[in-house]
Structures are given as structure tokens and as C-alpha cells.
Design a protein around this ligand. Structure first.
Ligand SMILES: Cc1ncc(COP(=O)(O)O)c(C=O)c1O
Length: 352
């Protein structure tokens, strides 16, 4: 067991937090985890009251974005037990993100122990099964003072967490934005550096101004192949077959994506991981063969797509109440998380 120093808050803010009334991601639990990388090693793991961290303006992460993050959830099951969903997959992805940004990866046992200890300490903040989940945000960044453009010598690894209400999955409209690319070969599309997200904000803003809710990202080279949808992986159901873009360096290997593929295959659905052109999606829609389209990710879980806009054309989908695949995936994931379905893959990890 890793020795983590704990400095508890004198009194919890939970009762006075009114987090249910606040926008998602603005109210944090009582504590945060920190560990420092110095002199070639990760050390000084500690849990402190959630609060400001003192940093220098020359902090290298601010200037060169040597910064990565993860996102996962803790759930309260029907029997009151608190569980994490596939945390080892997040630990492994965090490690890959750090390696890609020339950062010394946080050892996966430290990542997991830190998660468990923080969530156990702030377990009272995990909402009841039907009321949401605890969203957990691990992140790490270069903490050198000095604006030399080179890998930092010092880093901070932190975890913060915020309660999230039950997500209302109103079907979304998505739009391609071929003048922007989220990712490209040799880039960082398959990991989670902070620097992937700021460049997407303007595209998201313009898509919204044009009447969509989110961007349907196409590949950066030909602007032809569908890659992701906002910050979610994307699935289509065409003629009864589930199709999702194959991973290949420019798509984030989503943990929800992998879970949905597994659950659908367990249920006997054919799932094709392959390249899918935006023209194929429109052709299927034009011939009534596009049955469903949905995004998947930790935050929204399964988010139905009601319409797709591309180069002045709009593809409509059948009404969501006629869908079967997305509702199956959503319900099965929800049941697993509540403890109402058998966890045959060992995805739920109890926090004691
Ligand atoms: C770009 C992008 N795609 C997909 C996902 C979904 O990944 P996951 O299911 O692991 O949350 C995320 C969220 O992490 C993301 O940021």
C-alpha cells in the first residue's frame, strides 16, 4: 500500500454545496489528491482540502501545454456500495498520454491507489444510483518555472472530483466542419493532452452558431472519413449492422466505446470497426438504411444523434423511440453500474 498523507477538512461542504443547482463541473468535493515529480521520481503523495494551488507565471504547462488529463466516474450501486468503472483502463491511457508528451508516466499503481483513497474519503459525495455519479478528473502537468521549450524537470499529478447529476440525453444535431481538424496522423488524437481540446472550441462554437449541438469530426487529410463526435466516439447502425470508425492513431480509444462494442457483441450484434465515409452515412440515410447514430463517452454515456448536417445537406434519422441498439447499450451500462446486471467482464471495481 502506498503511504498517502491525508489532511482532512475540518467540516464537509457537502450539505451546503447545493451542487444539484450548479452547472456540471463547478462544485468539487472536499478533497484533492496531489503527487510531485522531482529529481527523477514520483513522490510526496498527499490528499489536501480542495483549494487553490500556488504556481509561478512561468509554469511550463501554461506556455507549452505539457499537460494531460483523464475522466472517469464513480457510481453508487443500489446496495449503497461505491464502484469505479474500469479505472485500470484510464490508468493505462493516462500513462500513454504522458509518454506521448514526453512526461514521466505516473505509475499505474499510484494512479489507482490515489483514486481509491480520494473517492473513499469523499464517498459521501457520490450521488445515489438514480441521481447521477461522481465525475473524477485526474490530470498532470509540467510544473517547472521557466519558459524553456523543453520537457519539464518537475511535474504535478492531481485528482479532483465533482458530483454530476443524472444526464438528460436529449438527441443532438451534429455538423461536419471540414475547415477544422481535431486530429491528424502523427499527432495526438489518440491520447488526451489538454492541447487537443482548446483548438476544438472555436469549431464547436461555430457549429452551434450554425444550428448544431456539436461537431462531427472528419479526418484531417481527406475530410471524408468520420472520426468522432464532439468529445465522444461515434456509432452508426446501417441495415442492422453496427459500424464505428476503426481506431488508427487519430481517434481516442474511448473506454465507453470499447465497453459498448463488447456489450453489443455479447448480445449477438454484428459490430464492424472500419473506416466509414461521410458520403456512406448520407447515402444510407437517403435510402432509409441509416437506423441509428449515437455518440458514446464517460460524460454523456450514450447520446442519440437526431440529425447530421454536411455541406448544406441534412440527414434525418428515424425517431429515437424506434431505436434498439443505443437504448440497449445505455440500459446495459446503467444496469452494470447500479449493480443490477451481472458484471461478467469484471469492470466494476469496489471502493472500500
Ligand atoms: C475526444 C474524445 N473522444 C472520446 C471520448 C470518450 O472516451 P471515454 O469513453 O473513455 O470517456 C472522450 C472523453 O474522454 C474524448 O475526449
Amino acid at each position: 500500500m502506498i503511504d498517502i498523507a491525508i489532511n482532512r477538512v475540518p467540516e464537509s461542504r457537502l450539505a451546503s454545496s447545493r451542487w444539484q443547482q450548479a452547472p456540471f463541473g463547478t462544485v468539487f468535493t472536499d478533497h484533492m489528491f496531489l503527487a510531485s515529480y522531482m529529481d527523477g521520481a514520483w513522490g510526496h503523495p498527499r490528499i489536501e482540502p480542495y483549494g487553490p494551488v500556488e504556481l509561478w507565471p512561468s509554469l511550463s504547462a501554461l506556455h507549452y501545454a505539457q499537460s494531460v488529463f483523464e475522466g472517469l466516474k464513480a457510481f453508487r450501486q443500489d446496495n449503497g456500495r461505491v464502484v469505479l468503472f474500469r479505472p485500470a483502463a484510464n490508468a493505462a491511457r493516462f500513462s500513454r498520454s504522458m509518454t506521448r508528451l514526453a512526461m514521466p508516466p505516473v505509475p499505474e499503481d499510484l494512479f489507482l491507489e490515489a483514486l481509491h483513497r480520494l473517492v473513499a474519503l469523499d464517498a459521501a459525495w457520490v450521488p445515489a444510483a438514480d441521481q447521477g455519479a461522481l465525475y473524477i478528473r485526474p490530470f498532470a502537468f509540467g510544473a517547472d518555472e521557466g519558459i524553456r521549450a523543453r520537457p519539464a524537470d518537475r511535474y504535478l499529478f492531481m485528482i479532483i472530483a465533482c458530483p454530476a447529476g443524472a444526464y438528460y440525453d436529449k438527441p443532438v444535431k451534429v455538423r461536419t466542419m471540414p475547415q477544422f481538424s481535431r486530429a491528424f496522423e502523427g499527432g495526438t488524437g489518440d491520447v488526451k493532452p489538454a492541447g487537443n481540446y482548446a483548438p476544438a472550441l472555436l469549431a464547436e462554437q461555430l457549429a452551434r452558431a450554425a444550428g448544431a449541438d456539436s461537431v462531427l469530426w472528419l479526418d484531417g487529410r481527406e475530410h471524408r472519413w468520420v472520426e468522432e463526435c464532439g468529445v465522444m466516439n461515434v456509432f452508426f447502425v446501417i441495415d442492422g449492422t453496427v459500424v464505428t470508425p476503426a481506431l488508427g492513431g487519430t481517434i481516442l480509444p474511448g473506454i465507453t466505446r470499447d465497453s459498448v462494442i463488447t456489450l453489443l457483441r455479447d448480445q449477438g450484434y454484428a459490430v464492424d470497426e472500419r473506416r466509414i465515409a461521410i458520403d456512406e452515412v448520407f447515402e444510407a440515410a437517403d435510402h432509409g438504411r441509416l437506423q441509428e447514430a449515437f455518440g458514446v463517452g464517460t460524460a454523456a454515456v450514450v447520446s442519440p444523434i437526431a440529425g447530421i448536417m454536411h455541406e448544406g445537406h441534412a440527414a434525418q434519422l428515424p425517431p429515437v423511440d424506434r431505436w434498439t441498439v443505443a437504448p440497449f447499450a445505455k440500459t446495459r451500462l446503467a444496469d452494470l453500474r447500479r449493480g443490477a446486471a451481472e458484471d461478467t467482464h469484471g469492470w466494476m471495481v469496489a471502493v472500500d
